[in-house]
Design a protein around this ligand. Structure first.
Ligand SMILES: [Zn+2]
Length: 225
């Protein structure tokens, strides 16, 4: 043992908050547009909240956006009980103007992006390419008819990365749940408005995740009709 308090020759990076995440300097890489999609209950909003948490812990500044959240208010809520205040994306909202009105935005968390307008998806691409903002979009790919939402289609066309989330959400038969069925009066319906909010006390509409086979056949399993 040497006497005194000779400093170690090793230079450790200071640990400020016991986080495994390191700060990311601005402009370290190209911004990205990523789309995470999957059926209801696959954990999209939970991942959106986790993504926001990680980026903000790394000292990055972000905005959280949503539309038609299950809570009915301007916030992102997940089925496992997490929640966060968010900006409601009205059809008339210009997302480039929204971001440039803020001081400095490093990233956007866009929950329920399937319900945005196609013009707003173009604005997200502009934000990535012209403003260096990372965009993480989350949403359903297809509607109750198994037809793609226009905004989701545009995200498939424009995103740098598309990722299917499959957090073990299963059809009643045990197969992977891929599609969202709209149920009215105990029957699977195949016509109607593309966006109808369901699963609330006031709504006669509910949604059920089904495998492709049972979305196509309309069989809803015992005890679910
Ligand atoms: Zn099935």
């Amino acid at each position: 043992m040497r006497s005194g308090s000779t400093p170690s020759p090793l230079r450790w990076h200071p640990v400020t908050d016991l986080s495994a995440l390191s700060p990311v300097p601005p402009g370290a890489r190209d911004a990205v547009l990523k789309f995470f999609f999957g059926p209801m209950d696959c954990g999209k909003s939970t991942l959106a909240l986790q993504m926001n948490y990680n980026h903000s812990r790394q000292g990055r500044r972000g905005l959280v956006l949503t539309k038609h959240d299950r809570s009915g208010g301007p916030q992102v809520t997940s089925r496992i009980g997490l929640g966060l205040e968010a900006i409601e994306v009205e059809d008339s909202l210009d997302l480039v103007a929204l971001v440039t009105a803020h001081d400095s935005v490093d990233y956007l968390i866009c929950d329920e992006a399937c319900f945005y307008t196609v013009a707003q998806i173009e604005q997200l691409a502009d934000l990535v390419d012209d403003h260096g903002v990372d965009v993480y979009a989350f949403g359903l790919a297809s509607d109750f008819r198994s037809v793609m939402f226009p905004a989701a289609q545009r995200l498939f066309e424009l995103a740098d990365e598309v990722c299917r989330l499959q957090v073990e959400v299963l059809c009643w038969c045990g197969r992977p749940g891929l599609l969202n069925g709209r149920i009215v009066g105990g029957e699977l319906v195949r016509t109607g408005e593309q966006v109808v909010i369901g699963d609330t006390d006031r709504s006669p509409v509910r949604y059920q995740v089904l495998c492709r086979r049972h979305h196509r056949s309309g069989l809803l399993g015992e005890g679910t009709a």
